[in-house]
Ligand binder design. Structure first.
Ligand SMILES: [Zn+2]
Length: 182
């Protein structure tokens, strides 16, 4: 798992829910985990592939080298931020707030805890472990974003990008209307 601000994904925008249709069968190793897959709508021009840039702002310090290039070159990107990262990076938060025409800020959770509602460990990180803890992770991240001056997030990307089915269903059902993506 890479979970630094510099973690770069080429994500795909249209949510493909095929993984959701698979039954959630606990295994001997723990709950069945899912990584939702996304796809970018094609540009329609063979020589012009379409990509979407997303970054995870997990808990460390912002990488000014990347951020400055995005701003200088006017490269749009979606940034998933945690409450922890917001607290630690007020200068970068201000840069995002000053460039909201360029950046879409979305929810990466409160404490960078995997959104899995049963006790387990993912890449050595303890999952939220209960529906209440998953809710706190999602809601706490959204609340920190609003307090920092960002808009209500529409997307949630959990730590490790792994979920169990019941957590995905719960997150979608909550009033935040958050969608879960990888
Ligand atoms: Zn992360």
């Amino acid at each position: 798992m890479r979970c630094l601000f510099s973690f770069l994904c080429l994500t795909f925008l249209a949510f493909a829910a095929s993984a959701e249709n698979q039954p959630a069968r606990p295994t001997a190793q723990g709950p069945r985990l899912i990584e939702p897959r996304l796809h970018v709508a094609r540009s329609g021009v063979a020589t012009h592939p379409r990509v979407a840039l997303t970054f995870d702002a997990c808990m460390g310090e912002a990488d000014e080298r990347i951020l400055s290039v995005l701003v200088r070159e006017r490269i749009p990107a979606t940034i998933f931020v945690t409450a922890r990262w917001i607290r630690r990076n007020p200068q970068a938060v201000n840069i995002f707030l000053q460039n909201l025409d360029l950046f879409e800020l979305e929810n990466h959770g409160q404490n960078h805890v995997p959104a899995v509602d049963v006790p387990t460990s993912i890449y050595g990180i303890a999952a939220a472990g209960s529906p209440e803890a998953v809710r706190q992770e999602v809601a706490g991240g959204a609340e920190a974003m609003l307090a920092a001056g960002f808009a209500q997030p529409h997307w949630f990307r959990g730590s490790t990008a792994k979920y169990d089915l019941s957590a995905i269903r719960q997150i979608r059902a909550w009033d935040t209307g958050s969608l879960v993506i990888r």
